[in-house]
Design a protein. Sequence first.
Length: 155
Amino acid sequence: MSLPPIDPTKTAAGIALDPQTLERVIPESKRPDGSVRKQIKIRPGFTPQEDVRRFRGTKQTQADANQLPKGHIIGWAPPPTSTASNSTGKALSKNAKKRAKKREKKEEEPVADNWEDDDEAPSPPAAPRESSHTTASSDNDGSALASKLDKLNVK
């Protein structure tokens, strides 16, 4: 494989666009003995072998685009910069919005405090009770709760 041209306006074969005539030419150059090579005109539509790109099918080009960068560790993902907007800036499709909501819901699930209870089946969440108590009875509930908490303290 050849190196890229030093002058970016030239192709790998040395073909450049002549600014005066706007034709593709190989510019004149000097030989090691000091003599000068003439400028060579290139026929329109001709592509030398050095300038022909290697053929890549659609699946190959897509695989190259999705290829991980060199040195990437599999399974590691950089922390997200923003969770509210997507990184591409395009509008999300209906299914992508659903997946994002599921992801957010999954992140919000509480983590169990006691990992020893993993063997047992998780209990269903308790339904909120509607209290028909007066404010005086709610104060009693608060004091009962406080007394229970005092019993739990390790001294």
